[in-house]
Design a protein around this ligand. Structure first.
Ligand code: PLP
Length: 217
């Protein structure tokens, strides 16, 4: 599908469920994609991108930012504390705040740098061992802890289990956000972004549907 087809699908779904058309932003997930595909999407005018590794993003985005104005970059993969500084300098949003140690590190660096990206808390809605994120039952306390550190939590993010109905996970994330007074919801990928829009996503993270399958070298 083309970028414009996906944007149209999102707008159609927003209209169908009675949401404001344009309320959902599309994060083009460019990880692992060949540079020419990323450049093609930039040339189409798209400016919001997601990467899951700090190192990989650091290798391509400073140059692309210099060539294209208005790029916004979200970190959507796990963040080690020893890469937090680099991530805070590189990304406009970190969607994967998921543990007290990382929150404390970000708070300290925010003071030092005098700036902080937008922050999202990742919630492990499926309570999967192999997945990052705070457990749904621990989310309220963790969000409160982040706020006590002086951090602003702009949104929540989740990656549902592959073998479960994603809408249930999206609805759960939306409930946790609502009761904590959080507006942004990053949820939905190539296979389920329409369902995420229906559940109130304000960001969907779409990779392969835009760029084609990722080929890992
Ligand atoms: C890779 C990735 C995506 C995009 O996945 P697609 O299925 O290619 O759309 C979205 N979110 C996260 C966290 C990812 O790591």
């Amino acid at each position: 599908m083309s970028l414009s087809d996906i944007l149209q699908t999102i707008r159609d779904e927003e209209a169908r469920v009675g949401r404001d058309v344009g309320a959902t932003r599309l994060i083009a997930v460019s990880k692992v994609q060949p540079l020419e595909r990323v450049v093609a999407v930039l040339e189409e005018g798209h400016r919001l991108f997601g990467e899951n590794k700090v190192q990989e993003a650091a290798g391509k985005w400073p140059d692309l930012r210099a060539r294209y104005e208005g790029v916004q970059l979200h970190l959507i993969g796990p963040l080690q504390t020893n890469k937090a500084r680099q991530a805070m300098e590189l990304f406009d949003a970190i969607e994967t705040v998921d543990r007290p140690k990382l929150a404390r590190t970000i708070a300290r660096l925010a003071d030092e740098l005098g700036q902080c990206p937008k922050l999202f808390v990742q919630v492990n809605t499926g309570e999967e061992d192999q997945k990052a994120g705070v457990l749904p039952t621990e989310a309220d306390a963790f969000i409160a802890e982040c706020r006590d550190l002086g951090l602003t939590i702009d949104g929540l993010m989740c990656i549902p289990p592959v073998d479960e109905e994603p809408s249930l996970h999206f609805a759960l994330l939306a409930r946790i956000a609502k009761r904590n007074g959080i507006d942004e919801l990053s949820m939905g990928m190539s296979g389920d972004y329409e369902k995420a829009v229906a559940q109130g996503a304000t960001y969907v993270r779409v990779g392969s549907a835009i760029f084609g399958e990722r080929v890992y070298g």
